[in-house]
Design a binder for this molecule. Sequence first.
Ligand code: BTN
Length: 283
Amino acid sequence: MEKGFKGSRVEGLKGLRDQGLTALLPDRIQTNLHTARIGKKIHYFREIDSTNSYACKLAREGAAEGEIVIADGQTQGKGRLGRSWVSPPYLNLYLSAILRPKLAPTQAPQLTLMSAVALAETVRSFILDTPEIKWPNDILVRGKKLAGILTEASCEGDRTLFVVVGMGVNLNFPLETMPAAIRETATSIMSLSEKPVDRESFARRLIHNLDQCYGDLEESGFPSIARRWESFFHLRGKQVRVEGLDGSVSGKALGIDADGALLLEDEQGFSKRVIAGDVIPLE
Ligand code: BTN
């Protein structure tokens, strides 16, 4: 364990318990966690700027595949497309995993979709509703965003040196305490199931599922992951607009291709490939 609870560990934990909160301690997550690669080493922080930034730093310094960074709060949580990720302490899950896949940089998006499958399958086991994946990797429930994934990769020529998969999941985040900017569009497990979720169990199951999905991707290839991903994709056949950093493109959503890009069909019936952006349903 690093940093968190140094000095005032007991006092810190007691203070948290008095408020009905608990810390996500690595030893407890690792109890009954049986994985091949992911989560054998967990770096824990009570508070950090961003678990993704720290995981990238660790990976650059040679951290092993499967090492995880978890924080109970982030001061500069990063979202996709340069956005920030609201990361209040002790309520949610902020987790980044270091992967060293044998994939070419062009195939690295497969990891984003693989992680979305692991996350959606984990969420499905905690609530009655079926989650939906909004391409590429937003997890929505009842049309509201529950979780997001930010993947960051480092490549050299045609080699992927490492990929950091960062997941933010709203677990016990009360809707009324969400900032106004996200209150209408976000949700949390607690607000969906009307009871708090055990963050430790959620983290353990997510790490387990990520380890399994990563193994499946390696052993069976992307098509089997793509089929599982598409079972959570509800926009097939629907008109959508995709807003990217360089403008927007519209069309009928057809699904994903062999690298995880979104396929759209335009009005003339031509197919277009989109590799990044925000999908906005138009119907
Ligand atoms: C999104 O915009 O949907 C992606 C959000 C990803 C947030 C997670 S929280 C853990 C990890 N650390 C970060 O700074 N970002 C990711």
